[in-house]
Design a protein around this ligand. Structure first.
Ligand SMILES: [Zn+2]
Length: 196
């Protein structure tokens, strides 16, 4: 047998876009109990695809909305296309983060040039607040390392890193002062050897 999961996204203007997320294949007639029903690995794949599709759609709509100059209503020119990675409970998602040239009507001098990146302004941290909160809550009950292992066993969660594991409950990482992106080290994708 074959099951296909399709996601139907409908914008506020009524535009509908259908995306095929995953297809699961199983023998037509099962022979053991273990072959019945949805498997953990399949749910991880499904959740990761669903997250990526929803998140990229929302971020693209946000960028398109903020490309329109708030003062005069014209479309601000595209400067370049960049990407940002966001860690979530349901995987790490790479999103488009286009930069736009600031509309001429908002420049103080005619020859000046400034750029705006709405997506970078929206993504104030490397993790979603929900991921930080769940990591902190689980970490408070066991250890931060075991909490990360439990999450990774059940969800397609982004791998834990030192910074998010060591953030005490109630103190969202995204509210702490952040170094400039260029000066940050690459994301640490391993579980720390010592508990937080
Ligand atoms: Zn303008």
């Amino acid at each position: 047998m074959q099951w296909t999961v399709r996601l139907e996204a409908r914008t506020s203007e009524g535009e509908v876009k259908t995306t095929e997320l995953v297809t699961f294949n199983r023998p037509g007639v099962v022979s053991t109990l273990a072959e019945i029903g949805l498997m953990l690995a399949e749910t991880k794949t499904l959740l990761a695809k669903l997250q990526a599709s929803m998140l990229c759609g929302q971020v693209a709509a946000y960028a398109a909305h903020h490309r329109v100059c708030a003062a005069c209503g014209v479309l601000q020119p595209l400067k370049d296309r960049r990407t940002r990675r966001l860690q979530t409970l349901f995987g790490t998602v790479e999103v488009e983060a286009p930069r736009f040239k600031l509309c001429r009507c908002r420049l103080t001098t005619p020859l000046a040039e400034a750029t705006v990146s709405p997506v970078c302004a929206l993504l104030t941290g490397r993790c979603t607040p929900e991921l930080e909160q769940v990591q902190a809550e689980l970490g408070a009950r066991t250890s931060f390392r075991d909490g990360a292992r439990i999450l990774e066993a059940l969800l397609p969660v982004s791998p834990a890193n030192h910074e998010s594991l060591r953030t005490p409950p109630g103190q969202s990482q995204s509210h702490l002062p952040q170094p400039h992106p260029a000066s940050r080290p690459a994301a640490k994708l391993t579980v720390p050897s010592a508990d937080g």
